[in-house]
Design a protein around this ligand. Structure first.
Ligand code: GDG
Length: 730
């Protein structure tokens, strides 16, 4: 199988030198393994620099041959507005809770959209069915949606490497932007996050922004099913621990340490970024020295900062502030024979990074926010006897609670943590580290990628099942097979007419009324409207049409051209009084919700309530009602933003059977809701059943929306007219 990896930056820079960062480092080991199993891989990304048009052909050829990468060419202006603009001035600060640093601009978002389209173009050129496409990170939120619309069956994963913020922070994005981001990413079969919390925040944002609910992480959107779940990214444990235990590593570790043998090493390794909290860490180290003069000349802080986003001005000023702070600490605490901070503003090759980890007594990983943080994990599997001080704001803290956890905003807490770590007994460090290392071993980067692949495939298979039911409204399979009588059953809300904020606003369009009227003129066609609505409402809409009307989910029936309603089931509805007061309690408690009373049922509507509060209350209500419903004469059914309590033994399925003239008649049935599943189940096997919308169904076919139902009616009229015409010609 071929994997098409897509990320903004490639694992190599434009000139072929390696790119340092969590994504590149983490994935490289997985990719070697993937290839060793006989699979292929290409990596699609932006080279990080604009390449002149006339050089692009040769450049692409060279990059593919030498590094297996396919460059996405972005013009300098676009790249700047997309990457430095929307990615790094909007999403990055916002998703790391640096809301004051955020800029909101329609212009940079337009570039973001354009750049995502450019990525899509590059993928379209190489994509072949059977490929697995794995899109990475916040630069490409829109890409899954674009690809899905182009290739409906594409096997597609998305992984977010940074935090997903709480809804209150996410909603700071303008509505038009946040909706596009959420809808875009839903094009993937699987959306992976580093932690359970990020997953929950994402699901909550879906609910709050788009009103989309989920069933344990499964989301139905635009006829496609997506799974959102946590997959904490691991590291290549074997690679790090093997090298850390090698003679070569030991030799380099001794060489690096030769001038500072007696000093306990405190280490800090980061890309230069304000989210990593480097200045705060320096302040904490300064406070530690001030509070603990006994450690002066007995420790050193090795501070490795890897240059990153050097052309963004705020990063340049942050670098200056860090340089100054280091100078100030070294100036005031250092002596002629001791420098407290050894500062390295560059990346180290792996062969030197691991010996640095190995020499370390205290590892400081104290970001203000971090999606995961792989450095903490790499350190743990490479250290000899070093203690990890870890920010509770890093995703990694969820998996590494045995570390000394700190709040990066709490300076004195951090200074105390350094003291605790540097003075901790070796035996205690060992116990804690062993637990963490064995956990890391179980969840290596290979396992991580494997899980993501497996779950993507599983969801894609579910999607395939799901989509095989989708059918265009003009399909021949949905036409009558003969000239004999036809019986058509339509549910009303969500089937014939779309949902509105209030039930009384959901009325059919003129065009639909015309089509239905035309349909009613064919002598071999019988139409039934079978709805949860009450009698009065159905009469008001269909008063002059010769249809069967079935109200309140099958409780009442009015035959064509009749004025009287007949009860289809007997009911004394004794339960109603008690349940009504129950539902009214909820209506009072949940603003925007209300209780509707019908002859034989009660409905609690929460479509207009706050989505979170509505959903929580609905769950609570279902729970309470299910405890009192047994042998009480009623049953409870969850519908589309409603909960309906109905007389036992009634229902659309049984009602449909009662009004059908005989079971062999050609039958068509359309519905969108759980109450319609009753009909799909109970009508004869030969009935053509069509579900409208996304959720699971036992119907034979699926339409996308109410528009498709109308198109089907029009197509049927055309067909019947033709048949009628042909017959009269004979
Ligand atoms: C993003 C998220 C998430 C660093 N210095 C050197 C070096 N590195 C390597 C480390 C590590 C990687 O860079 C840094 O990864 P992090 O996870 O710490 O942070 P980000 O780059 O911000 O990554 C982050 C990650 O994506 C993965 O999803 O964990 O939260 O922000 O692997 O080893 N490597 C070498 N020399 C260095 O000097 N060779």
């Amino acid at each position: 199988m071929r994997l098409i990896l897509v990320s903004n930056r490639l694992p190599v820079q434009w000139d072929g030198t390696p790119n340092v960062g969590g994504l590149a480092t983490g994935l490289s080991s997985f990719l070697s393994r993937w290839k060793s199993l006989g699979n292929e891989v290409v990596w699609v990304g932006w080279p990080g620099k604009s390449i002149p048009e006339k050089e692009q052909r040769n450049y692409s050829k060279k990059m593919l041959e030498e590094h297996g990468t396919i460059p996405v060419f972005l013009k300098q202006k676009l790249a700047d507005s997309f990457y430095n603009g929307f990615c790094n001035k909007t999403i990055w600060p916002l998703f790391h809770y640096f809301t004051a640093n955020c800029e909101f601009s329609d212009l940079t978002f337009a570039s973001y959209e354009e750049a995502n389209q450019e990525f899509a173009k590059a993928i379209k050129e190489i994509y072949q069915p059977g490929d697995w496409v794995w899109v990475h990170d916040y630069h490409l939120f829109l890409l899954p949606g674009i690809l899905r619309s182009e290739f409906p069956n594409i096997l597609l994963s998305f992984f977010l490497h940074i935090p997903f913020p709480t809804f209150e922070v996410f909603r700071l994005l303008p509505e038009r932007i946040r909706s596009k981001i959420l809808e875009g990413v839903l094009g993937a079969d699987l959306i992976g996050f580093h932690t359970q919390s990020y997953t929950q925040y994402f699901l909550r944002s879906l609910l709050r922004c788009l009103g989309i609910e989920n069933e344990r992480g499964i989301i139905y959107f635009q006829n496609h099913l997506t799974k959102a779940a946590a997959f904490p990214m691991g590291i290549n444990v074997e690679q790090f621990s093997k090298y850390a235990n090698s003679d070569e590593c030991e030799t380099i570790a001794n060489q690096i340490n030769v001038n500072h043998k007696n000093l306990k090493q405190i280490l800090s390794v980061d890309r230069l970024d304000y989210t990593k909290g480097v200045l705060q860490r320096l302040n904490a180290f300064e406070l530690f020295l001030k509070n603990n003069p006994q450690w002066i000349k007995k420790c050193k802080l090795v501070l490795v900062l890897v240059p990153s986003r050097t052309d963004v001005s705020s990063y340049q000023s942050m670098k200056r502030a860090i340089d100054e702070k280091i100078g100030a600490i070294n100036g005031s605490f250092g002596t002629l024979d001791w420098t407290p901070i050894l500062y390295q503003y560059k990346g180290f090759p792996f062969e030197e990074l691991v010996p640095l980890y190995k020499n370390t007594h205290v590892m400081l990983v104290t970001p203000f926010r971090d999606g995961m943080n792989l450095v903490a994990k790499e350190f743990l599997v490479s250290q000899k006897n070093g203690m990890l001080v870890l920010s509770e704001m890093a995703g990694a803290s969820a998996e590494l609670p045995e570390a000394i956890l700190v709040n990066p905003n709490d300076l004195s807490g951090m200074a105390d943590a350094i003291k605790e770590a540097i003075e901790m007994e070796e035996s205690e460090i060992n116990i804690r580290n062993q637990v963490m290392v064995s956990r890391l071993k179980e969840n290596s980067v290979m396992e991580w990628a494997k899980k993501i692949f497996n779950e993507t495939e599983e969801t894609a298979n579910q999607n395939l099942n799901f989509q095989t039911k989708s059918i265009p409204p003009h399909s021949d399979s949905l036409l009558p097979k003969s000239n004999s009588p036809i019986f058509i059953l339509f549910d009303y809300d969500g089937t014939l007419v779309p949902f509105q904020s209030f039930p009384h606003l959901a009325v059919p369009s003129k065009e639909l009324v015309n089509s239905l009227t035309q349909l009613s003129k064919f002598s071999n066609v019988s139409v039934a409207i079978i709805s949860g609505r009450d009698r009065k409402f159905l009469e008001s809409i269909f008063f002059d049409m010769p249809f069967h009307l079935v109200a309140e989910h099958g409780a009442w029936h009015r035959a064509p051209n009749q004025t009287e309603w007949q009860a289809l089931f007997f009911s004394n509805a004794e339960w109603k009084k008690e349940i009504k007061s129950h539902l009214e309690e909820f209506s009072k408690r949940v603003p925007g919700s209300f209780t509707e009373e019908k002859e034989f049922s009660l409905v609690w509507h929460f479509r207009n309530a706050d989505p979170d509060i509505g959903l929580n209350a609905a769950r609570e209500m279902l729970d309470e009602l299910s405890q009192i419903s047994s042998n009480s004469g009623f049953f409870v059914q969850r519908g589309n933003k409603i909960i309906e309590v109905r007389e036992y033994g009634t229902g659309k399925g049984k009602a449909a059977l009662k009004i059908l003239p005989n079971t062999s008649i050609q039958t068509f049935v359309f519905g969108d809701d759980t109450t319609d599943e009753d009909m799909f189940r109970e009508l004869p096997d030969h009935a053509i059943s069509v579900k409208i919308g996304k959720s699971e169904t036992i119907a034979k076919f699926r339409f996308q929306s109410t528009d498709d139902v109308h198109l089907w009616i029009q197509n049927l009229i055309k067909h019947l007219t033709k048949v009628h015409h042909d017959v009269t010609q004979i």
